[in-house]
Design a protein around this ligand. Sequence first.
Ligand code: ATP
Ligand code: MG
Length: 312
Amino acid sequence: MNMIEVKNLTKDFNGFAAVDNISFSVEEGGIFGFIGPNGAGKTTTIRMLATILDPTSGTAVVGGNCIVNEPHEVRKVLGYMPDYYGVYDGITVREYLDFFCHIYGMNSKTRLKTINDVMELTDLGKLEDKLVSTLSKGMKQRLCLAKTLLHDPKVLILDEPAAGLDPRARIEMRYLMKELKELGKTIFLSSHILTELEDICDSVGIIEKGRLVASGRISEIKAQLCGTVIYTIKTIEDSARAKSVIDAIQAVASCELQDDDGTVNVRMKDETCSINCVLKELIAADINVVEVKQVQSNLEDIFMQITKGEVA
Ligand SMILES: Nc1ncnc2c1ncn2[C@@H]1O[C@H](COP(=O)(O)OP(=O)(O)OP(=O)(O)O)[C@@H](O)[C@H]1O
Ligand SMILES: [Mg+2]
């Protein structure tokens, strides 16, 4: 079952399509990574899903509720963490969480239990008496996430939860995402840190200039892409000569010289193309090959391959 279904979602700001007719789905209990360069339309999409920005056209269904017709129902099942810390100065961590529990109409017993549970999950226990204004960036980020979890939402939409965090805090955030997934939450998160997304996401969506350029499981996207098989071939000869031999081979999509150490990067046209034809031609041309390696393409390669680096 899909927990989020986005259908032809569009947001137009005075004739500029910040989000342009995008459709994708996020399965229940999965972690979905929303990736795109700065200005691609991630936050705009997220704000529409969180029902704080009306779509120009199209819609989305979150937890079975339509964001256009049933925004109040969506808010009950959704925890949204924006890309800024909406925290108040002059109150402590516990007071801050208590304030939001009041807004959700919880009685004092429920408030106590909820706050203790959420503080334990987000490791905020030791900070409960600290003033919010004195927290570090990473601590504020955790407090924001804690606030997002208070009403026990089924779906979490997190806009760059790892932005600005140091390596340790990022790793901790990743563990927390996995823990939340184990608790049965569906998680939609945006990020620029592709290597981290690859590790935790079940599927991803890649957005550029408001358009969705790919979505699905990382392995499926890899399979859809032509020319993803990359080899590095090291020669002890002039690599420029190797490149001219390789450039003439039909099955090769592209060939680039790498640095000055006699290495060339070869991209085959599709995954069924063997590197043998390249090696045969090199040997026939009397070029000494000393090493051949297949480079596994990761999320970063996919991202670089399908986005053009253009900012909307
Ligand atoms: N309220 C608005 N009015 C006009 N244009 C807007 C508004 N909000 C966003 N935009 C534009 O829409 C585009 C997408 O912005 P958005 O914030 O969604 O990008 P993003 O992918 O979240 O980028 P980043 O990685 O920098 O957070 C940008 O060109 C931005 O200037
Ligand atoms: Mg953004």
